[in-house]
Design a protein around this ligand. Sequence first.
Ligand code: ADP
Ligand code: MG
Length: 306
Amino acid sequence: MLQVNNLSFSYKNQSVLSNINFSVEAGEHFSIIGESGSGKSTLLKLLYGTYDLNEGDIFWKEHEILGPKHNLIVGPEYMKYVAQEFDLMPFISVSENIGAFLSNFYPEEKQARINELLEVVELNEVANTKVKYLSGGQKQRVAIARAIAKQPEVLLLDEPFSHIDNFKKQSLRRSLFKFLKEKNITCIVATHDKDDVLSFSDQMIVLHDAKIIAKNTPQSLYNNPKDKLIASFFEEFNEINGHIVYAHQVNITDKSNLKATVKQSYYKGNYYLIKAEIGDDIVFFEYPENLKNGLEVCLSIEKNKL
Ligand code: ADP
Ligand code: MG
């Protein structure tokens, strides 16, 4: 398994990560979340051995992952890393890029493997297109396919679907994470998208102010977000008497002490997000229909929340 012990790191004199500890079991899917600039990409790069640590150590099984001071080639053999900026060969085809690191000794097996990967990232249609003609999202998918071509033990993904449009994102996400689970590839994802985490991660950590402020299963952090930062990652929420209450946990009722005035309704597809005022406070709740501005309503909060 991957073991990170007392890791600290700074760029020059800006401390980015301080006293980071966590472990990831082989085959587990693990997410790193946090605001922009919280150090997610830096942490992935450190796991890959890109920089030397100021303190602490990182192990995969019995191998220590060391930075450039101790290693000529960055990146251990058993690990692959897909950066936020991917680095592909523009003048050769999608298939050739995906197969770039596969052996040519067994051409049939190589082609079969490339076909399997084209399927996983849904790029069959552009298999023979030169990479320079692809969109950002298609390039990102080529980079992912190339990283898993030789079946690494550990895959590091930095915001893997950030360039991919909503039409493709959902099915690609299911297909990739299913493939990784089937092959027992340990996967560590830095993301700001809850949909990368909720259905697919076994564990997650939240980075803030250079530290891990929460470490648990997505279910546990969703159900008991300890603070506003964690709740805001998942959903629209309110802070009521010091409790975090998601918008879907506030309902309209016949009678209550919580009298609110509707200010705005936002269409969300299968519900409306309603912004309302209770005195000077703003409250958000979900409702199946559009509500008129100025309408007075009574609200109740789901019992287990207060
Ligand atoms: P995230 O991926 O969570 O957005 P990053 O790891 O990219 O965060 O960045 C964390 C902090 O480190 C930011 O303040 C960023 O400006 C800084 N940083 C990132 N890369 C470098 C670098 N190569 N040199 C100096 N500072 C950097
Ligand atoms: Mg980043």
